[in-house]
Design a protein around this ligand. Structure first.
Ligand SMILES: Cc1ncc(COP(=O)(O)O)c(C=O)c1O
Length: 444
C-alpha cells in the first residue's frame, strides 16, 4: 500500500477526514491513479504471439471500476452468469468476457447462458457435468469454448486460496482429459483455449512451473488449441517488507516458454492472464472510525474498536491476511502509517463491532489473534486499512449484526472524492422479507 503517495496530498487527506461524515463510515476508497497504473503495467507483460488480459471481476465488480478497467484495454474473466449480466449492464459486450465457474446453470439460467453464448461469451468447461449440460444446445459446436485443467501444481496466499491442490475441486484432472475429449468429439466440439488458474497470491517459482506444465499438457492432448490462459494469482505486497511477484520477469519467462513451444511444435500460441488482485488490491483502502479503546487493568495490549471489521474486510479472518494501517486525525493529518518509526509504540488488537471474537484485523497467517505495534489513536479519529481493493467489498459479510453495506468512493486523478456506490439503507436490507402476520403453526 502506497501511503506515501497520499501523505503528500494534504488537500486529499482533508477530504478523507470529512468523508466519514459525507459518505458514512466505514467507506471504501479506490485510487483511480493506482488502478490505471496497474492496468498499464500488466498490458506491458512480455508475450510471444499476442496476449489478452482479462480482469477477474470477482475481485471488485463495481460498475465504475469495470468501465475504467475496460476502457484501459482489459477484457474480463467472469465467474457466474450474474457477473456476466452485471458487466453487460456496465456496457461491456459478452464477446469480451470469458466465464469460468463451478456453477451448473439449469432452467432459466441455462437459457440465459445460451443467449450470452450466442452473443460471443466464451465458456470454460470445468467438469464433465458442465460439458454435458452445454451439450443440451444443439449448436454447441459454434460456441467459443475453453477447458479448465487441474494439474495439481497449485500455490496460494493460504491453503484455502490454492486452487490446484488435491483438496481443490476446480477444473478437469489431467487423467480425465481423454474421456472429456471423447465426449467433446461426440458433440463436434473443439477447445481453442486451455485454461489453468493455480491460486491467488501464488509463489512466482510455482507460477513458472505452471506455465511449463500447461504447455506440456497442450502438446500432449490439445493439438487444436490456439490459446493458453494462465489464470491470475500474481502476488502483491500489502505490508511493508512483503515481496511481490516481479511480473516483468514472469512475463519474460512465459514469453520464452511460448517461443520454445513454437520451435518444438510449430505452434504459435496466444497467451491470456486473468489478474484481479494485481489490478486493484493496493488501489483500495478502508476508512474506518475509531469507536472505542479498551485497556483492561493489567492487560498487555489495548483493544482498538472500529466500525470496519469483518463486515468490511473479512480477509484477515478468512485467510490470515495482513493489511497495513494508517491513522488519520479529524483535521486530516496522517499521524502515523505502517512502517513508520514510533516514539511510544503500543501493542494493539484492532477489532470490529460484530459479536465475534474473530472480528479482528490483526490475525496472523495461522489464524491466531495477535497484537500489532502501533500508536494508540483517539476515539473519533480514523484508522485507514490498506490493500482492500480486492475481495473485501465483494466478499465481506456486511449484513451480520444488521450493519449496512458500506459506500464505495473513487479518489479521482485530480484528487476529488466521487461516490460510486452509496451506503445501503436498512430498508434495502429487509426489502425481500415478508411481514409475517400470523405464523401458520401458531394459528388455532
Ligand atoms: C479462474 C480465476 N481466474 C482469476 C482469478 C484472479 O485471481 P487473483 O485475484 O489472485 O489475480 C481467480 C481468483 O479466484 C480465479 O478463480
Amino acid at each position: 500500500m502506497n501511503w506515501s503517495r497520499l501523505e503528500k496530498k494534504q488537500r486529499v487527506l482533508k477530504r478523507l477526514a470529512a468523508a466519514g461524515d459525507t459518505f458514512g463510515s466505514p467507506s471504501y476508497i479506490y485510487d483511480e491513479v493506482v488502478i490505471k497504473q496497474q492496468c498499464k503495467k500488466i498490458l506491458r507483460l512480455s508475450n510471444a504471439y499476442g496476449m489478452t488480459i482479462r480482469y477477474a471481476m470477482k475481485a471488485n465488480p463495481n460498475r465504475s471500476i469495470l468501465r475504467m478497467i475496460n476502457n484501459a484495454g482489459l477484457s474480463l474473466d467472469v465467474s457466474s452468469i450474474n457477473e456476466a449480466a452485471r458487466a453487460k449492464i456496465a456496457g461491456i459486450p459478452f464477446n469480451k468476457m470469458m466465464l469460468t465457474s463451478q456453477d451448473v446453470p439449469m432452467g432459466p439460467a441455462l437459457d440465459q447462458l445460451h443467449n450470452m453464448l450466442q452473443q460471443g461469451l466464451r465458456y470454460t468447461i470445468c467438469s464433465r457435468v458442465q460439458l454435458e449440460n452445454l451439450a443440451r444446445f444443439n449448436n454447441i459446436a459454434e460456441f467459443d469454448t475453453a477447458i479448465r485443467i487441474h494439474h495439481g501444481g497449485g500455490s496460494g496466499e493460504s491453503d484455502s486460496r490454492n486452487t490446484s491442490s488435491p483438496y481443490a475441486s476446480f477444473g478437469i484432472l489431467v487423467d480425465d482429459i481423454p474421456i472429456i475429449k471423447k465426449i467433446m468429439l461426440k458433440y463436434g466440439l473443439e477447445c481453442g483455449c486451455i485454461h489453468g488458474h493455480i491460486g491467488s497470491g501464488s509463489e512466482p517459482e510455482i507460477w513458472k512451473q505452471h506455465v511449463d506444465t500447461m504447455l506440456k499438457i497442450i502438446a500432449q492432448h490439445f493439438p487444436e488449441a490456439h490459446t493458453l490462459n494462465l489464470g491470475g494469482g500474481f502476488k502483491v505486497a500489502r505490508m511493508p517488507g512483503e515481496e511481490e511477484a516481479d511480473i516483468r520477469l514472469l512475463g519474460e519467462y512465459a514469453e520464452s516458454a511460448f517461443l520454445r513451444f513454437n520451435q518444438n511444435y510449430g505452434r504459435k500460441l496466444k497467451m491470456e492472464v486473468e489478474p484481479g488482485t494485481f489490478i486493484i488490491a493496493n488501489a483500495g483502502m478502508l476508512l474506518t472510525r475509531i469507536l472505542d479503546i479498551k485497556k483492561n487493568q493489567g492487560a498487555q495490549w489495548t483493544f482498538i474498536i472500529t466500525d470496519g471489521g469483518i463486515n468490511a474486510n473479512v480477509r484477515p479472518l478468512m485467510y490470515g491476511s495482513q493489511h497495513p494501517f494508517a491513522l488519520l486525525n479529524v483535521q486530516g493529518d496522517l499521524v502515523w502509517k505502517e512502517g513508520d518509526p514510533m516514539a511510544r509504540p503500543d501493542q494493539c488488537i484492532v477489532v470490529g463491532r460484530c459479536c465475534e471474537t474473530g472480528d479482528c484485523q490483526t490475525i496472523d497467517s495461522s489464524g491466531r489473534i495477535i497484537p500489532r505495534s502501533m500508536p494508540i489513536p483517539k476515539v473519533g479519529e480514523y484508522l485507514l486499512v490498506g490493500g482492500v481493493g480486492a475481495y473485501s467489498s465483494t466478499m465481506s459479510p456486511f449484513h451480520y449484526n444488521s450493519y449496512l453495506q458500506p459506500s464505495e468512493v473513487l479518489l479521482t486523478e485530480n484528487g476529488d472524492l466521487f461516490q460510486i456506490r452509496q451506503r445501503q439503507s436498512l430498508e434495502q436490507v429487509i426489502a425481500n422479507e415478508w411481514p409475517v402476520i400470523a405464523h401458520p403453526c401458531t394459528a388455532a
